[in-house]
Design a binder for this molecule. Structure first.
Ligand code: 5AD
Length: 432
């Protein structure tokens, strides 16, 4: 499901309303919205009105998506302005990326975030995609040094959802309006390839929904089956683009080459790919982050990048985690979001939970203002949620405003909206 920026009705003529929306005016077809008057707030997708929304909620959504700070373009240094120009021309160089990564001054960063936000609005218009994630098993055969689900962690109570539980959780989410679901687990071969494919098939059988699988390195045959069963996307981070660091963090013969091979064949199989790395890993350098940007560009339709958070019962539990380091990670994550928006203008860039965990209440807003355009809400059944401890003190926020006004609109779900509208028109015609 997706959320659009609310607009205010300036005038109405028959079934068309002139609406002030995100700094522009637009003519919107109102046959699909009942009883709207001048001065009312509405949600629209493209030129089609979807529903009315009260003024308070409208303002809340606007404040989340629109930064009110004005950037004085004359004050931005020339080099930065040049880089922004190259970003619009899609000619960013490696040096440009490095320059952006090194920005430190608040004013420069504000300019970067603002430019990224303008790019998001210009390229992706006025909507935010909302994904729901169901974490269906916390068993994992791996021993990643950073992750609380690592198999060597004997302190974690493990759970697995049955196929029925998973499809029921998905069904419930879909009923609430979710159109994009992520099914995630540790690397858990308890579920055979066929079992995973069956889960996808069962959900797809009854619903028009986009399913992203996040189940780790399971090889080509598995992903081929998942695609055939109807899965649309994968969420699969390469974690770090530095092969030596990758090896250090992933024991048991895991290596970056195999990880990237997965991304390659996933792409060939036609999956929509969400990928990225961890920010602030011990031993990670600026050069690594630069390569992460390039690696992400190579594979990602959707970016998935978040800060590393030291986790109890892992070898990296004692990694420094001072306020200063936390702030650095938040800032670097926001910077990476903004740079990626300039580097891959069409990318879906979600605000990840780990960033919200470090940045707190304001993190979501900050990330959206820095060019992010999508959200990931946790839909794991409450009894399992606390056990999916990739890291501790995970951030949860009430999703009310989003769920209340979430609409489905993105190019993939466009057809559904069209059908809805056609039905509305049909009904209108019959009534007249
Ligand atoms: N901090 C932040 N993110 C983590 N992940 C695993 N452990 C941590 C941690 N300690 C991320 C990995 C993985 C995703 C599911 O969770 O990047 O791909």
């Amino acid at each position: 499901m997706c959320l659009t920026i609310p607009g205010k009705i300036i005038s109405i003529n028959n079934q068309t309303a002139r609406v002030s929306l995100g700094g522009e005016t637009r003519d919107v077809f109102m046959g699909t919205v009942k009883g709207a008057k001048i001065g009312d707030w509405i949600l629209a997708t493209g030129n089609i009105g979807v529903r009315k929304i009260n003024a308070r909620d409208a303002r809340e959504i606007i404040s989340l998506l629109e930064d009110s700070k004005q950037i004085n373009k004359n004050k931005i240094d020339l080099k930065l302005n040049d880089i922004f120009r190259r970003a619009w021309d899609r000619r960013l160089t490696k040096d440009d990326l490095l320059y952006l990564l090194r920005l430190q001054e608040d004013e420069d960063l504000a300019a970067l975030y603002s430019e990224a936000n303008v790019m998001r609005k210009t390229i992706l218009k006025d909507f935010i995609c909302i994904h729901g994630i169901i974490e269906f098993s916390n068993y994992c055969q791996n021993d990643c040094a950073y992750c609380g689900l690592r198999s060597a962690n004997r302190h974690l109570k493990r759970y697995r959802m049955t196929i029925n539980e998973i499809t029921a959780a998905a069904g419930k989410a879909i009923q609430r309006g979710y159109k994009l679901l992520v099914l995630q687990s540790g690397e858990d071969f308890f579920y055979s390839d066929d079992a995973l494919a069956e889960i996808v098939r069962k959900i797809k059988e009854k619903n028009r929904v986009f399913i992203f699988m996040s189940v780790g390195e399971r090889g080509y045959e598995c992903y081929k089956k998942l695609k055939a069963a109807g899965a649309s996307g994968v969420l699969f981070r390469y974690e770090t683009s530095n092969p030596r660091l990758f090896k250090k963090l992933h024991p048991r013969g895991k290596n970056l080459a195999r990880r990237l091979e997965h991304l390659k064949f996933m792409k060939e199989l036609g999956f929509f790919i969400a990928t990225g790395s961890l920010i602030g890993l011990p031993g990670q350098t600026e050069k690594d982050l630069l390569n992460d940007l390039l690696t992400t560009k190579k594979y990602a339709n959707m970016v998935s990048m978040g800060p590393f958070i030291p986790t109890a019962d892992t070898p990296l539990a004692k990694s420094p985690h001072t306020e200063e380091i936390k702030n650095w990670k938040v800032r670097m994550n926001l910077k990476m979001i903004a740079i990626l928006r300039l580097l891959i203008p069409e990318a879906r860039i979600p605000v990840v939970t780990a960033l919200e965990t470090l940045a707190g209440e304001d993190g979501r807003k900050q990330a959206l203002h820095a060019g992010a355009n999508s959200l990931m809400f946790n839909l794991t059944p409450a009894k399992y949620r606390p056990l999916y401890k990739i890291y501790g003190n995970k951030f949860y926020q009430k999703e009310n405003i989003w769920e209340k006004y979430g609409l489905f609109k993105y190019e993939e779900s466009y057809k559904m909206l069209e059908e809805r509208m056609a039905k509305e028109l049909e009904r209108n015609e019959k009534q007249n």
